[in-house]
Structures are given as structure tokens and as C-alpha cells.
Design a protein around this ligand. Structure first.
Ligand code: BG6
Length: 484
């Protein structure tokens, strides 16, 4: 996978302050969907993730209802993260645990107390929390009442929620992310934007108005944090997807630029505080007339402290309509790259793309960057070594190793990288397919796609590998030719 001819990063590429850890989301780990006063979230009615229809109410075949039972096992799990040497742990707060219907008069104290306990545990192990405020888990009632982010009412609901979070946890949490993969609303309007209108019936006007409301809400959260929590550092979170032209033809390069722009717009607004010209043109030419108030414009000027992103793959783009329909690379669209291999779920593996995107974002925004998701979803086989259950996940080690080598390259290029949290540091329920068998973790969780299993935790081979990487600050990473 790696390019052995590539130049080597300096051995001390990762600074001492670099944050090493893992990432999760409430709806994929917590379970306890009806405990502690929690309300119903939109994930509770998505038993097949993005691959099937939503249900009218939570159904027992939805693995997220139990998740991996982090709600009860958080102390054990955090101890395992500490054993690997994590200095940061990314998790999300379930909005429906704090406001069960999203617009309740008072927050749910039992829900807030749960996150107090999680923070206590992290503090005990000296692990920095990195909190996602909204990660694909909007209270279902808000989706049904307002059609999600298409409605301006959502800004007020979100504002009340973030005020409660900053008030309660502001003194203990420094790093905040406003919305997970905010640009994904363009492709997954219900999961990402709580929009109930079926995707094929949703107008561009409604969709971009929803985008605008989220962008304003994100800026408002940043403003509130800066005013009320002096040490807070607020980041946006985007799904990073480098887009390559399928051929050297200029029209393919232009198609790639347009696809890139659709995603970059989100970071541009968060960092520059206003819509870029290409986005205004796109809206003008597609008959989209945003309802933007003067207050909105002022709010957007409250820009983020850093940019965080997920990175799993790159895609290609082409202007040729016949090739354009040749296949979908992933939920964000795009054309598969003939030069790359793919995971068992068809996600194309491109470590170099991570270096490219780090450079692109740094050149463009000059803001510290945080890689808050990266990893390989794969099927694991539980075996026994010396009587101990484990997984020989060399494929996962290779994937993460190769991506971290590219992070080191980007740091050597001069990019300011705050840290790296691998996605699904403990096995969890997949977002796109709602399966357990699409595993990302260093820790195996005994649960299958039918919901059977003891939920016992087992260290995989990658557990020791990651512990070594962290302990050595990346010096144990291997290049493609097997050298450090
Ligand atoms: C990101 C999401 O899109 O990718 C996560 O922020 C998700 O919630 C991750 O789990 C991996 O995707 P999947 O579908 O393999 O779980």
C-alpha cells in the first residue's frame, strides 16, 4: 500500500503536544436507548443505516438500541483506551439524552449526569475529551415537528442545547466540534440534517436553506463558546474527500474542481466567515435564493479555531456522462479510481490522499487541523492465542500505519496538525449499514449482526501496535519497505 520510494518524514515528525486517540459517536456505542430519560433519536428508526428505509418507531432489529452498551461499560472501555496511551478521546453527546424531544423546557438531568461520569473517568486517566455536539443523532421529534434543519426553528433548539453543554461541561472540555461531517447533509439529508422529506423530493432550495441554518447554528455555537468558555477551542467537522480528475482532460479537472467546491464551501464559510463566490454562483445559477438575515451574516463572522475532518477515501470525477454513471465510490458520490484497491465495503484506500488533503486544507485555511476519523471497516475473525481471544488484524495495522506515515509527511510539509483519532477505536455499530460486522476497533466487541453475543471486550493485535505507536510518538511506524 505504501510507496517505498517516497521521502521519509523526519523521525520526530509528531510533536510532543500531538494528541493521539480514538473516536466514537453516542448513537453507535451507548445503547440504553430507553434508559436515563433518553428520548428517541433519528438513529433509533434507521435499522439499516443508509441502506434501508426508516421505520415509524424503534424496532428490535436496530443494533443501535443496544450499541455496545457503552452507557454501562464506559469505565472499562476508557481504561482500555488509557492502556493504549490515549491522550484524547472523541465522543459525542446524544442530544436526545439531554433534551429528549429537542425542545423540552428543561434538560434531562439524568442524561447530563451520565456525561459527567464519562468526563470523570477520562479525567482520572488524564485523557483530553473531544466532544461532538451533534453526530447524526438529532431527536426524532425535531425531525418530525420541523422537518429538521430546513426550519429556522432548529437554530434556537440547537442554541439552547449548546448553552446547556457549555454551562455544564465548559470548565472540563476544551475541544468542541459543532456538527459531525456537516457537508454530508448534501447526500444524507435525514441522517445528517434530520430532514424527513424524501431525498428525491427535496428541492435544492430547501436543502441549501437547511445547510445555511446549520452553518449559522455552528457559528452561533462558536460565538457562545468564545463568550462563555474562555479556554474553549471550537472546530467545524467536515467529511474530507479529495477529488482527482479521472483523466488529464481539462474538462475532467474542472468537474473535479466543482465536486471539490461543493465540499470545501463548508470549511470556507466556517473559516472565512462568508459564502465564497463560487458558492454564490452555484446558488444563483440553480435558482437557490437563500433566506439570509443581517443577523445571520454577522453570526457567520464568528469563525472556528480549528478545522477537523474525517478521512476514509478519495474519489475521481469526470465530465463524461457515460463514465460518470459507471459507479458510485461512496455516499458522497464520485467515480471509482482505477489505480486504487478498495475495502470489503468498496471504500477506496488512499493513504496519500490524506497528505494531499492536509496540505490542501492548510494552504487554504491556515488553521490547525485535527484528523478526527480515519480507519478501516473490515470483517474480523476471533481466534485464540495462548488461550486469549484476539484478532490478527494485520490489514488494519497496515491501513493505519500507512495513513499515519502520510500524516508525518504532511507535518514535515509544514502542516499544523493537532492530533489524530482513529474511527471506532472500539468496535461499534456502523453508521452507513448499521452492521456490527463492519469493525474498526483495536478492541473487539463480542456482538454479531443479529445482536447475539456477550458484549465482552478483547484486545486485537492492533491494540498493542497502536500502544507502541503512541508510546514511541510515531517512531515505530513502518514505511512500505519495512523500515522505520
Ligand atoms: C463517518 C461517520 O461518516 O464514517 C461515522 O462520522 C461513521 O459515524 C464512519 O461510523 C464510518 O462509516 P461506517 O458506515 O463504516 O460506520
Amino acid at each position: 500500500m505504501t510507496d517505498p520510494t517516497a521521502p521519509r518524514p523526519s523521525p520526530d515528525a509528531f510533536p510532543d503536544t500531538f494528541l493521539w486517540g480514538g473516536a466514537t459517536a453516542a448513537n453507535q456505542i451507548e445503547g440504553a436507548h430507553d434508559q436515563g430519560g433518553k428520548g428517541v433519536s433519528l438513529q433509533d428508526v434507521l435499522p439499516r443505516g443508509l441502506t434501508g428505509p426508516r421505520t415509524s418507531h424503534p424496532t428490535p432489529d436496530n443494533l443501535k438500541l443496544q450499541g455496545i452498551d457503552f452507557y454501562h461499560r464506559y469505565a472499562e472501555d476508557i481504561a482500555l483506551f488509557a492502556e493504549m496511551g490515549f491522550s484524547v478521546f472523541r465522543f459525542s453527546i446524544a442530544w436526545s439524552r439531554v433534551f429528549p424531544h429537542g425542545d423540552d423546557e428543561l434538560p434531562n438531568e439524568e442524561g447530563l449526569a451520565f456525561y459527567d461520569r464519562v468526563l470523570d473517568e477520562l479525567e482520572k486517566h488524564g485523557i483530553e475529551p473531544l466532544v461532538t455536539i451533534s453526530h447524526y443523532e438529532t431527536p426524532l421529534a425535531l425531525a418530525e415537528k420541523y422537518n429538521g434543519w430546513t426550519s429556522r426553528e432548529m437554530i434556537g433548539c440547537y442554541e439552547r442545547y449548546v448553552r446547556v453543554l457549555f454551562d455544564r461541561y465548559g470548565h472540563r472540555v476544551k475541544y468542541w466540534l459543532t456538527f459531525n461531517e456537516i457537508n454530508s447533509v448534501l447526500h444524507a439529508p435525514f441522517m445528517s440534517g434530520a430532514i424527513t422529506t424524501p431525498k428525491e423530493e427535496l428541492s435544492r432550495q430547501e436543502l441549501y436553506q437547511a445547510v445555511h441554518h446549520e452553518l449559522v447554528a455552528s457559528a452561533l455555537a462558536t460565538k457562545i463558546a468564545h463568550e462563555t468558555v474562555p479556554d474553549a477551542r471550537v472546530g467545524c467537522m467536515v467529511l474530507a474527500l479529495p477529488v482527482y480528475p479521472l483523466t488529464p482532460h481539462p474538462s475532467d479537472a474542472l468537474a473535479a474542481m466543482h465536486a471539490d467546491h461543493a465540499n470545501l464551501m463548508f470549511g470556507d464559510v466556517h473559516v472565512r466567515g462568508a459564502y465564497p463566490g463560487y458558492a454564490l454562483r452555484h446558488m444563483r445559477e440553480n435558482g437557490i435564493e437563500l433566506d439570509i438575515t443581517d443577523e445571520d451574516r454577522e453570526l457567520l463572522t464568528h469563525t472556528v479555531d480549528f478545522v477537523s475532518f474525517s478521512y476514509y477515501m478519495s474519489v475521481c470525477e469526470t465530465a463524461d456522462p457515460e463514465l460518470r454513471t459507471a459507479g458510485e465510490g461512496n455516499i458522497m458520490g464520485g467515480v471509482p479510481n482505477p489505480a486504487l484497491q478498495a475495502s470489503e465495503w468498496g471504500w477506496q484506500i488512499d493513504p496519500t490522499g490524506l497528505r494531499i488533503v492536509l496540505n490542501q486544507f492548510w494552504d487554504r485555511w491556515q488553521k490547525p487541523l485535527f484528523i478526527v476519523e480515519n480507519g478501516l471497516g473490515a470483517k474480523d475473525e476471533l481466534i485464540h492465542v495462548d488461550g486469549r481471544p484476539t484478532v490478527n488484524d494485520d490489514y488494519r495495522i497496515a491501513y493505519l500505519n500507512d495513513h499515519l506515515v502520510q500524516v508525518a509527511e504532511a507535518i514535515a510539509d509544514g502542516v499544523d496538525v493537532l492530533g489524530y483519532t482513529t474511527w471506532g477505536c472500539i468496535d461499534l455499530v456502523s453508521a452507513s449499514t448499521a452492521q456490527m460486522s463492519k469493525r474498526y476497533g483495536f478492541v473487539y466487541v463480542d456482538r454479531d449482526d443479529d445482536g447475539n453475543g456477550t458484549l465482552a471486550r478483547h484486545r486485537k493485535k492492533s491494540f498493542d501496535w497502536y500502544a507502541d505507536v503512541i508510546r514511541s510518538r510515531g517512531a515505530s511506524l513502518l514505511r512500505g519497505d519495512g523500515t522505520p
